[in-house]
Design a protein around this ligand. Structure first.
Ligand code: SF4
Length: 332
């Protein structure tokens, strides 16, 4: 039976600026089931990373603030926890890996030192046990010769190896939820594939849940069970991974999928891929009505009148678009 590990309900995160309040995450809801991966997809500036930082309660206050919503993790609302309680959960029950390991690893400490610190903070182990666990974590993430590598410094490792170290550090306390923010983006393609394989493999072995943040639907296809597509701070489509590829309904999701190269493009040496015109709106000046309307091929006058709601248009398939059923040039 599916068990929900994290339920995010109507989350709103705001940043105050002199020009006004910016809601980077605006009424976002989703569930992450035990042992499953939820992919959070969208272009830069859509609110994906702010969502993950909100879950970790790492929003810098001020200028940021979670203004409303609930985040029920293992039955507890993370919003109700004290700073000390949330610190105990962070890195222990919920861990995070970032896009660029070089900026997250400290260049002046050995990798062994940094993984050991993560273990010592949350587990009551002797020095010998900490070292053994550190080496076993390096082994787990496929670092060759871990007994020797444990003494090396970040600059002595390749980008892929550094990302493996970050994963080892994140997993060192057996978290229930791993938040992976673009974990393979900074790596070249073959190493990217290895890191994604590693994350998939570890998820199955450790039965953890993953919130995977990415702008890349190729990564989603490889890893996710469910997908939430974000645009300008809102979820615009939310369903399981098969449905999102077989029957995407929101024009933004369709645009993102069409911008992926297909085998046909490669076979016919097509150099130009389809793109979505325009850019994500400045959240201080969101367009009236549907936030996507100035980039949307299907937009009508009606789209500018009121913000569409996120509706369950088919069982388990949620879409924020009044013309979701538009097919072959005909609107719903
Ligand atoms: Fe496009 Fe209108 Fe749907 Fe918005 S509501 S996504 S503008 S068709």
């Amino acid at each position: 039976m599916t068990q929900t590990l994290l339920s995010v309900e109507n989350l709103r995160t705001c940043f105050q600026s002199e020009a006004g309040d910016v809601y980077a995450v605006d009424d976002v809801s989703f569930n992450i089931n035990k042992g499953e991966t939820l992919g959070l997809v969208g272009e830069s500036g859509c609110g994906k990373s702010v969502t993950s930082l909100s879950i970790m309660r790492l929003i810098p206050t001020p200028p940021g603030k979670i203004t409303s919503g609930k985040m029920i993790f293992k039955g507890k609302n993370l919003m109700d926890l004290s700073d000390e309680q949330i610190r105990r959960i962070r890195g222990n029950e919920i861990a995070m890996i970032f896009q660029e390991p070089m900026t997250s690893l400290n260049p002046v400490f050995s990798i062994g030192n940094q993984i050991s610190e993560a273990i010592q903070t949350h587990q009551n182990l002797s020095r010998k046990q900490v070292l053994e666990k550190t080496i076993s974590m390096l082994k787990l993430v496929g670092i060759p010769d871990p007994e020797k590598r444990v003494k090396e410094y970040p600059h002595q490792l390749s980008g892929g190896m550094r990302q493996r170290v970050m994963i080892a550090m994140a997993l060192s306390c057996d978290p229930d939820l791993l938040i992976a923010d673009e974990p393979s983006t900074a790596l070249d393609v073959t190493i990217q594939a290895q890191i994604l394989d590693l994350i998939n493999d570890l998820q199955q072995r450790l039965n953890m849940s993953i919130l995977l943040i990415t702008h890349d639907f190729g990564v989603i296809a490889e890893t996710a069970d469910h997908v939430a597509v974000m645009y300008a701070g809102k979820i615009v489509e939310y369903t399981d991974v098969r449905t999102i590829f077989r029957r995407p309904l929101h024009p933004y999701t369709i645009g993102l999928l069409e911008s992926l190269p297909t085998l046909k493009d490669i076979n016919h040496h097509r150099e130009k891929l389809k793109t979505i015109p325009g850019i994500v709106p400045d959240l201080l000046h969101v367009p009236p009505g549907c936030r996507f309307h100035d980039r949307c091929e299907r937009a009508t006058q009606e789209c500018t009148l009121a913000e569409p709601t996120l509706d369950e248009v088919e069982p388990g398939h949620w879409v924020r678009c009044i013309h979701w059923n538009w097919e072959r040039g005909r609107k719903a």
